[in-house]
Design a binder for this molecule. Structure first.
Ligand SMILES: Nc1ncnc2c1ncn2[C@@H]1O[C@H](COP(=O)(O)OP(=O)(O)O)[C@@H](O)[C@H]1O
Ligand SMILES: [Mg+2]
Length: 367
């Protein structure tokens, strides 16, 4: 017969797919009781139902099975009391008072790696790379979010197939999740066809809200889809997240690389750590199995040399990648064995392997 304490611990350790934290720590486990081979579980939920109920149930089933339950697992759900909700709010703010505007992701103790995905110009595939890389990281078992900071040309929700807006819980926005990835974007907050006109201070404030008022949970990676070029957004991000990293996406033709250099130099200027280059649309594999370099070659290598950072990987031109982006089905999720997915899996591993710089003590630099 399974041990009640072991089953309780297993249930409490289940990661909520929506809030990305253990349900025990979130105060969502009310009761677990063993009855012979079966177990009865009572959860208390903050919202009227769970947006990812099926996935939550699957995780609970797996957890109790691992803890030795061989019979039925019955899960009852009841609504949180106001008091429980307010406790949950405190956990979500990581102990911060509600008026505190500091960015939790910038805490020295955070283990989340924040990686901006930048490019010199638009159309090089920055958003496609962000979306597919996020799904690849998630497939490798990491907790991943995307902050769409391309406030003028947001495209991430559409690429990820998200039409569900964030839910609101205790004054915090809970980002919707698709393909295991939590997403926040201006797309959720502006009316269709409404022009977005941003001036510097408004933009700075909007990014602050994305970082402070959004509950990201305990992420391993937050990828930021940066607007093309360099400018206000890069400066704001580096101020809010002084330890964030940056990756520059470029295409193979040498002309593209000259523009991309600027994005890389910007990172150095605002003291972000430039971790590497991704070359996109590097080749097209024909029906004959041969690789054709439609846009020339050498751009990624040249940029890597110019900026003195590694070329993390290359992504082929795959028509199905574009089609997937258009219909909200990232190719890494729909064709996990294809050549694009393999390229993104390799990129994800390269990023995981590259350990970020923690801090530099200026007074100890000897030169
Ligand atoms: N590797 C690729 N293979 C095929 N199409 C791609 C690839 N990368 C990007 N695209 C397509 O190119 C266009 C521009 O990509 P996008 O990610 O929106 O660029 P950016 O965010 O840099 O402006 C989109 O239609 C996208 O689907
Ligand atoms: Mg884009």
């Amino acid at each position: 017969m399974p041990d009640n304490a072991a089953v309780l611990a297993a249930v409490e350790g289940v990661i909520d797919p929506e809030l990305r934290s253990p349900i025990g720590a979130l105060g969502m486990v009310d009761r677990v009781s063993i009855d012979g081979e079966d177990v009865a579980i009572t959860l208390v939920l903050p919202l009227g139902g769970h947006p990812q109920e099926e996935e939550l149930m699957r995780r609970i089933r797996d957890a109790v099975t691992s803890a030795g339950v061989v019979g039925k697992a019955e899960v009852a759900m009841i609504a949180m009391t106001d008091e429980q909700r307010s406790e949950l709010g405190k956990v979500m703010r990581k102990g911060r008072e509600s008026g505190d505007r500091t960015v939790a992701l910038a805490d020295p103790g955070t283990t989340t790696r924040v990686i901006g995905i930048a490019s010199g110009k638009g159309g090089v595939g920055k958003s496609s790379v962000t979306a597919n890389l996020a799904v690849a990281l998630s497939q490798q078992g990491h907790r991943v979010g995307i902050m769409d900071a391309d406030v003028w040309g947001f495209s991430i929700p559409k690429m990820m197939g998200l039409d569900r807006p964030p839910s609101v819980l205790q004054d915090m926005l809970i980002p919707p999740v698709a393909h295991g990835v939590a997403v926040i974007s201006m797309d959720f907050f502006v009316e269709p066809d409404q022009a977005v006109v941003w001036r510097g201070p408004m933009l700075h404030k909007a990014l602050e809200q994305f970082l402070v008022d959004v509950y990201w949970g305990d992420l391993d990676f937050l990828l930021i889809d940066m607007p093309p070029g360099t400018g206000d957004v890069s400066i704001s991000i580096s101020q809010y997240l002084p330890r964030s990293e940056l990756v520059v996406v470029t295409t193979p033709q040498p002309a593209a690389q000259r523009v991309a250099v600027k994005a890389g130099l910007m990172a150095k200027k605002v003291n972000q750590e430039l971790v590497g280059i991704i070359e996109n649309m590097s080749w097209f594999t024909g029906d004959d199995g041969k690789r054709y370099e439609l846009f020339g070659s050498g751009g990624g290598e040249a940029l890597s040399e110019d900026l003195d950072v590694p070329l993390l990987g290359k992504v082929p031109l795959v028509p199905a990648l574009r089609e997937g982006s258009d219909v909200g089905a990232p190719i890494v999720a729909t064709d996990p064995d294809g050549e694009a997915a393999q390229a993104f899996a390799a990129l994800a591993s390269a990023l995981v392997e590259r350990r970020p710089r923690l801090r530099t003590h200026p007074e100890l630099v000897i030169s």
